[in-house]
Design a protein around this ligand. Structure first.
Ligand code: TYD
Length: 213
């Protein structure tokens, strides 16, 4: 059996990632592929417990270095216990966020530094990386307005990061766009400020260009 593929999706608040992940999963399944949907931080019991710690509570309860250490502990567990075994069984894995989020949020916007995050990544995961990363890019104000609408109905929103201001989100968007330019073979830019159907269409074209399905 051939080894599966690992796709991550990245994007700011309100970029429509979760909907697009579900749509991509169905399209891949229509091709006869076995697909697992997962998320970061999270994906395994250990990583989900660490997710609770990192996403809930006061924005000042930890600094970006502490976040990075917890995120990489969660990520190593996720990779070793879920992602690699699934790929070895020939399954395709789609993750809502992966290490580019740590680079953008903690490394660049949070000030930990890109070198520190690269070293942490290398130390904990070696050269393991997604086969393809889709960056769903959207204007920060448009994205936050969408996320705001969605969050209004949720009682237990995991909103520690959503409490940061507009300039943090702008820095983060710029960081993702820079990462995309640096790793343009792996990270593909998707304009998320379009209808759901058009974004899905772009994603499917991009996946088709990247892999032989
Ligand atoms: P989530 O509720 O999954 O939000 P989103 O819909 O934006 O993906 O929350 C994940 C949050 O965690 C998100 O604000 C980004 C942040 N995060 C990091 O800061 N670093 C990371 O490495 C990861 C995976 C997530």
């Amino acid at each position: 059996m051939s080894i599966g593929k690992f796709i991550s999706l990245e994007g700011g608040e309100g970029s429509g990632k979760s909907t697009q992940i579900r749509l991509l999963k169905s399209k891949l399944e229509e091709q006869g592929l076995d697909v697992i949907m997962t998320r970061e931080p999270g994906g395994t019991p250990v990583a989900e417990a660490l997710r609770e710690i990192i996403l809930k509570g006061d924005p000042d309860s930890m600094d970006a270095k502490t976040e990075a250490l917890i995120l990489y502990a969660a990520r190593r567990n996720h990779v070793e216990k879920l992602i690699k075994p699934a790929l070895a069984e020939g399954k395709w894995v789609i993750s809502d966020r992966f290490f580019d989020s740590s680079m953008a949020y903690q490394g660049i916007a949070g000030g930990v530094g890109e070198t520190a995050i690269s070293e942490l990544s290398q130390w904990s995961l070696g050269d393991f990386a997604p086969d393809l990363t889709l960056l769903l890019d959207i204007d920060v104000t448009v994205g936050l307005a969408r996320a705001g609408k969605r969050m209004a109905g949720e009682a237990e929103a995991e909103d520690r990061f959503e409490q940061f201001g507009l300039s943090f989100h702008q820095t983060m968007r710029d960081a993702f766009l820079r990462l995309q330019k640096q790793s343009s073979n792996r990270i593909k830019l998707i304009n998320a400020d379009q209808s759901l159907e058009d974004v899905a269409k772009n994603i499917w074209q991009t996946v088709g260009n990247h892999f032989t399905l």
